[in-house]
Design a protein around this ligand. Structure first.
Ligand code: RP5
Length: 166
């Protein structure tokens, strides 16, 4: 990994096919004004790329890593094995097992190597971004205010009663 970046969040995913899910993390970070860099890094198909990324992520300036993968989803755990940066894992919904394989692969880490595991699919991708924002907001008061405002808008958007039109 080359020059240092001011981009605090790396979004990595095992395949182009994961982007349909992981773009929700990117969009949520955009809404909060958090710079991010999205990359395809496969634990199985590009192991050397994974090694270079994970070993160099902290020195490159990243502060949080969001890692999405499906099926035999080793990407978040292998990344966490090679960096002490916080890693949030997003189980991508697989065709064969609806993402239950992804979820169990990501969540069942051995004690000592943590991956903060989110829900399967879009909700997990959104929440990974929000967790990344919460971590970064600890040292960034302006971001903390944007996050509070985002949550207040969400609260305000919930109607008191259901509508037939919705
Ligand atoms: C995993 O295999 C990827 O994270 C993806 O979710 C899954 C399927 O990949 P493709 O066959 O669509 O490239 O490594």
């Amino acid at each position: 990994m080359g020059t240092k970046t001011d981009t605090p969040v790396a979004i990595i995913m095992g395949s182009q096919s994961d982007w349909a899910t992981m773009r929700h993390a990117a969009e949520t970070l955009d809404a909060l004004g958090i710079a991010h860099d999205a990359r395809i890094v496969s634990a199985h198909r590009t192991p050397d790329r994974l090694y270079a990324f994970a070993k160099g992520a902290k020195a490159a300036g990243f502060k949080v890593i969001i890692a999405g993968a499906g099926g035999a989803a080793h990407l978040p755990g292998m990344t966490a094995a090679m960096t002490a940066l916080p890693v949030f894992g997003v189980p991508v919904e697989s065709k064969a097992l609806s993402g239950q394989d992804s979820l169990l692969s990501i969540v069942q880490m051995p004690g000592g190597i943590p991956v903060g595991t989110l829900a399967i699919g879009k909700a997990g991708a959104i929440n990974a971004a929000l967790l990344a924002a919460s971590v970064l907001a600890l040292g960034d008061e302006a971001l903390a205010e944007r996050l509070d405002a985002w949550r207040a808008r969400q609260t305000a958007s919930v109607a008191e009663r259901p509508s037939d039109e919705a």
